[in-house]
Design a protein around this ligand. Structure first.
Ligand code: ACO
Length: 380
């Protein structure tokens, strides 16, 4: 086959936003290692970094934070559309629809200037948690909780879901998870966003498409499925038979394997394992972490595969109290920072992304009128 299956190792864009070394197991945002950022930065700083390719000064961070707080406010259409979405769609379908609908309410309308696109980007990053929380509250028959302007972005998301301010450590861990999920080079959803942007379609279209790409179980959907797998297993002594059955059926174990980190740990998984352990120790359900560790060991022994970001993210989100079907929307909320930065980078130096295909069908066929086609000639 010409080219590479799944575009493996194909360089599809130049970017100054993030970088991976799949052999060393390293990830950087604008040259800062993910470990450094996870330890020291806030999500708001990372949003600034991804969009401006440098860390902010205090004044710049204050300005961005103010903008993000203002942009958290719900859109007018939410009250109208959310009861139907909450009743009839999955959380990711709701998010895809809401982000698409938000374009009709964006104050910058169809303005495609770089300034308008920056504002649209920050608006989307800011408002996505509001959509998710409104959906969750509505489906439970509870009143929507307005955003709390005193809380940082991640903590406010937890607040809008539960109506209660999160404890400080939970808010810190959630903020770190936002940082870890914020960008990851040319993954399937970011590539999708850049393809759409390369046609010069608008920001909302690109992010709507990215959400659609993230939804699948081979990409963002894996964090939810990995937690459901732990629940299905139920106890550490059932891990081995469960995985033997799964491998016997030639099925994949969710949250394992990665296109880029083939022989080393995903650096995000290493950080998340530590956070899951900490939360498990403070929880009255420590068994999920024990089962997860056992799964990690057996999958490595039997398949040589390592956990990716989604495996321990599932446990972390569970311990933080998120409903399992909101795990992938949470991933989207964080990744919106990277998607929007990539879309702006694409616009800034654009060329239509249009790869080729290799034709493998029949050639030199001759058209036969429909009344002359018999079963045999139609099948040949
Ligand atoms: N479980 C079992 N076997 C696996 C897994 C897995 N999770 N991942 C890879 N393999 C196997 C493949 O079947 C293949 O075996 P083979 O050579 O016998 O055919 C071999 O390992 C190599 O894998 P590829 O298919 O080449 O991996 P690819 O790079 O195409 O896919 C992917 C990467 C999609 C992440 C894959 O590992 C997978 O499906 N994982 C489970 C889903 C998942 O966790 N997705 C989240 C990824 S991270 C993210 O998107 C944020």
């Amino acid at each position: 086959m010409a080219g590479s299956g799944g575009l493996e190792e194909v360089v599809a864009a130049e970017t100054a936003i993030s970088d991976i070394d799949g052999k060393l197991g390293k990830l950087w945002y604008v040259g800062y290692s993910i470990d450094d950022l996870a330890d020291h930065a806030t999500f708001e700083e990372v949003v600034y970094l991804l969009h401006n390719l440098r860390l902010p000064t205090q004044n710049e961070l204050d300005d961005l934070t103010e903008l993000m707080i203002a942009d958290r406010e719900s859109h007018d259409f939410v009250g109208g559309i959310m009861p139907t979405l909450a009743k009839q769609t999955s959380p990711m379908s709701m998010l895809r629809t809401s982000v698409s609908a938000a374009s009709a309410y964006d104050p910058d309308g169809w303005d495609q200037s770089p300034e308008a696109n920056y504002r649209k980007a920050i608006r989307l990053v800011s408002v996505i948690p509001t959509f998710i929380a409104a959906y969750d509250r509505t489906r439970q028959g509870q009143p929507i909780v307005d955003p709390n302007a005193k809380l940082p972005h991640a903590a406010n998301f937890l607040y809008m879901l539960s109506g209660q301010e999160p404890e400080q450590r939970a808010a810190e861990i959630f903020d770190t998870l936002f940082i870890l999920y914020a960008d990851h080079t040319m993954n399937a959803s970011t590539f999708t966003a850049r393809v759409v942007a390369s046609t010069l379609a608008d920001m909302h279209s690109a992010i709507t498409a990215a959400i659609a790409a993230l939804k699948g179980p081979l990409h963002g959907g894996a964090n939810e499925l990995s937690m459901r797998m732990l629940q299905e297993i139920g106890s550490a002594d059932r891990v081995e038979p469960y995985l033997s059955d799964l491998f016997g059926r030639k099925e994949k174990v969710m949250g394992f394997g990665h296109r880029v980190y083939r022989h080393v740990d995903d650096p995000r998984a290493t950080i998340l394992r530590g956070m899951a352990k900490e939360l498990a120790e403070a929880s009255d359900e420590p068994q999920w972490f024990d089962i997860a560790q056992e799964v990690e060991q057996v999958v490595f022994e039997q398949k040589g595969l390592r956990p990716n970001v989604d495996f321990y993210a599932g446990s972390v989100l569970y311990y933080l109290g998120l409903p399992i079907d909101l795990f992938t929307p949470m991933f989207a909320a964080a990744r919106a920072a990277g998607w929007t930065a990539h879309v702006r980078e694409q616009y800034a130096d654009n060329r239509l992304i249009r790869p080729e295909s290799e034709y493998i069908g029949p050639r030199d066929q001759v058209y036969v009128p429909i009344d002359e086609r018999d079963e045999e000639s139609a099948a040949s």
